[in-house]
Design a protein around this ligand. Structure first.
Ligand code: NAG
Ligand code: NAG
Ligand code: NAG
Ligand code: NAG
Ligand code: NAG
Ligand code: NAG
Ligand code: NAG
Ligand code: NAG
Ligand code: NAG
Ligand code: NAG
Ligand code: NAG
Length: 600
């Protein structure tokens, strides 16, 4: 018997090393069924917390990820190809929203990363930390100064660092090194200024411009036009998986099970007078039987993979949610938390197009297989060239001017003058959303994004089947402010390209957004053009422990439950008015510290 055991052990080790140090696809090969921490989802936050918890060699950590490994997938590594990921079912949760009344009942694609690293493995790479006042608002809402900008700064500094761009150009004036930290996620500006980068930046430097230049949007004051910072290092994508997980995969106290979906958490007894979750059930696919997996402590971390969607879904399937709704769905309620899945906020996005007098835009590359293949070959050679450039080089965050006519119709929901209403992202090519790349022509795209939406949505269970997609309703454009703010953003984009630097370059507005003239026409075109920029949050909001609402407390523990924490964008009390991935890293870093503090 002893020999057999040793032989088995040997086989197991050999298998692990042959495939990947501690990456498993078959749960039978896991060396144990009991772990100190089980992390549901190897997404953005899950990778961070796993890598921080396993710093203590006496702690064992298991990450269960529904999707595949990020290793060896070129489309994910190459920054230029980021926009193509959003069609690829092999590493996405291909969710679709419910019909949106604010969008003439259109449904909207709502993909999430289903892969190690979660959406940080498939996103458009944009890295923005936002305004200091936003985090101070978290501290004010929760009553916990631990969530303030000042106190969270150390987590920002330990999550990312500035690295040289792929072409090693001189970045003086494009980014401020002192705004950056020393963490594992690599952040850089794109290659040298191009025809449009110069026009964008020069427009922002016109004295008195309503779109002023900002030397680094990650200082805590992010309004204005900036060189876009992307999670790109050495010409390739830097994700939670490459930065946090890959370097520690060979450590013996970390185990990562991929291709397996957690279907529910199992409550067993109680602890400190609260129902206690100490086991998770998972299955390789819809046909597989649910296998129980024990844990000393179950820790639910949200998967940026399913993030604000997966968290409420798993909580509700586990009996944590609105008692009446769960009972109606045939799920035995364990804890009555009516806020689970509520208060979803997301940022609607619209593309505005112009035809341009240039043949150097990305359209030429996308259409011409010879150029595309040459760029691909160059990237494979030394991670340089066009394929190392991310999806945009410049961006800007703005407030709707005080004299804009929209203020005659709506009041301002964001009174803090440091927090943006909308973003403009500048692309030197046609950025396809509802319309595909036209067969001919060269284009400028200005993405208008409503970063401070007031519309509220939800995630609800469609069925008690854990493999069924939940009902996702972002409630896009269901408030007057949201409609008018996107209108104001489109008008701002049009004003932007009236600056003299665009003369001789811009030919004319293009597409149905472009041909809309009156406010009513623009609003009608917006309803047909809105997609998501995939920034939803707030479905498991953190609020003071004594509040009668909210899903998690200030330590991110699920309220009324023992042994369960939620870590991802769903816990944010308000939606960040920027791209949220930097804030997710910060939340996850602090969560790891809080967990370590209560464990020791
Ligand atoms: C989707 O990703 C897979 C890798 O998982 C790759 O083999 C395939 O070519 C991709 N498909 C498209 C259409 O990009
Ligand atoms: C959207 O659907 C609702 C409910 O079916 C219907 O009442 C409404 O007229 C539809 N709106 C549009 C613009 O089609
Ligand atoms: C926040 O920072 C202040 C000053 O740095 C410190 O005194 C306080 O203890 C911190 N609060 C928390 C909860 O970390
Ligand atoms: C980069 O450019 C700045 C300003 O033009 C200059 O002062 C600095 O010396 C340059 N750095 C290098 C390494 O060339
Ligand atoms: C960003 O700049 C690089 C040059 O460094 C250029 O190749 C690329 O097309 C630009 N990308 C966008 C989306 O503007
Ligand atoms: C932008 O301004 C710089 C500095 O004045 C100048 O060298 C460059 O040619 C300008 N670019 C455009 C597109 O106008
Ligand atoms: C893991 O999932 C991927 C994508 O669904 C599939 O191609 C692959 O065969 C699976 N691997 C195993 C070992 O089941
Ligand atoms: C762009 O136009 C110039 C001048 O007409 C031409 O020399 C060049 O080959 C064109 N480049 C591409 C990529 O088509
Ligand atoms: C990559 O290779 C190309 C072609 O040989 C060369 O021009 C370029 O300088 C190299 N880039 C880097 C960053 O090494
Ligand atoms: C704003 O309100 C005014 C006065 O009610 C109205 O005339 C105008 O049409 C509204 N604007 C839009 C774009 O609906
Ligand atoms: C919650 O506790 C805080 C102090 O910890 C107190 O200021 C607040 O009034 C309490 N709220 C409720 C609803 O009891």
């Amino acid at each position: 018997m002893r020999l057999t055991r040793n032989a088995e052990l040997f086989t197991l080790l050999a298998f692990c090393h042959a495939v990947y140090a501690a990456l498993y696809t078959d749960s039978d090969h896991l060396p144990a069924t009991i772990f100190d921490f089980v992390i549901v989802g190897g997404g953005t936050a899950g990778c961070v917390v796993a890598s921080r918890l396993m710093e203590n060699p006496d702690v064992s950590v298991l990450v269960v990820e529904a999707g595949i490994s990020n290793n060896g997938i070129l489309g994910i590594q190459i920054p230029f190809l980021a926009s193509q990921n959003l069609g690829n079912a092999s590493f996405l949760w291909n969710f679709v929203t419910a019909p949106q009344p604010g969008l003439d009942n259109r449904t909207v694609s709502y993909a999430r990363g289903r892969i190690l690293g979660g959406s940080s493995s498939v996103n458009y790479l944009v890295y923005t930390r936002g305004a200091g006042q936003e985090y101070d608002k978290w501290a004010e809402i929760t009553g916990d100064q631990g969530w303030s900008w000042d106190n969270l700064s150390k987590y920002y500094l330990k999550s990312s660092r500035l690295v040289p761009p792929a072409d090693h150009h001189n970045t003086t004036g494009q980014v401020e090194p002192s705004a950056h930290g020393f963490g594992p996620v690599e952040v850089s500006v794109s290659g040298f200024p191009t025809e449009i980068d110069g026009r964008v930046v020069n427009t922002s430097k016109i004295p008195g411009s309503e779109f002023p230049f900002n030397a680094d949007l990650n200082f805590g004051d992010y309004l204005g036009v900036s060189y876009l910072q992307a999670t790109v290092g050495r010409g390739q994508r830097s994700s939670a998986a490459t930065a946090y997980l890959d370097p520690v995969l060979s450590r013996k106290n970390l185990h990562v099970l991929i291709n397996n979906t957690v279907t529910r958490l199992i409550s067993s007894g109680s602890s400190y007078g609260k129902p206690s979750f100490k086991a998770a059930e998972f299955a390789p696919d819809a046909s597989g039987a649910g296998l129980p997996l024990s844990a000393g402590l179950v820790l639910t971390l949200q998967p940026a993979k399913r993030g604000y969607i997966g968290t409420p879904q798993i909580l509700m399937l586990s009996g944590v949610g609105d008692r009446e709704v769960l009972t109606a769905a045939g799920i035995k309620p364990v804890v009555d938390l009516p806020d689970v899945g509520q208060h979803l906020r997301d940022q609607p996005r619209v593309e505005n197009y112009w035809t341009v007098a240039s043949n150097m835009t990305s359209d030429t590359i996308s259409r011409n297989p010879d150029i595309f293949n040459a760029d691909h070959t160059l990237w494979k050679k030394n991670h340089s060239g066009q394929f190392a450039a991310s999806t945009a080089n410049t961006t800007g965050f703005f407030r709707i001017p005080n004299d804009d006519p929209i203020w005659n119709n709506v009041s301002d929901p964001e009174l803090d003058p440091n927090i943006a209403h909308f973003e403009l992202i500048f692309d030197d090519g046609f950025s396809p959303t509802v319309d595909p790349l036209p067969p001919t022509g060269n284009y400028l795209s200005i993405n208008t994004v409503l970063v401070s939406p007031t519309s509220v949505g939800s995630v609800r269970l469609a069925s008690s089947d854990p493999f069924a997609s939940p009902l996702i309703n972002p409630g896009f454009l269901t408030t007057e402010f949201d409609n008018f703010a996107l209108l104001a953003a489109t008008k701002a984009a049009r004003r932007f390209v009236e600056a003299r630097f665009w003369e001789g370059f811009i030919i004319e507005r293009f597409g149905s957004m472009g041909s809309a003239e009156s406010d009513e026409e623009i609003l009608a075109a917006i309803r047909q053009a809105v997609v998501t920029i995939y920034h939803a949050a707030c479905t498991a909001r953190m609020l003071p422990a004594n509040a009668s609402w909210g899903v998690v407390d200030l330590q991110l523990r699920a309220k009324g439950v023992s042994g369960l924490r939620v870590v991802d964008a769903s816990v944010m009390p308000v939606i960040p008015a920027e791209h949220p991935v930097a804030a997710v890293y910060v939340v996850a870093e602090r969560a790891a510290d809080l967990i370590k503090g209560s464990w020791s």
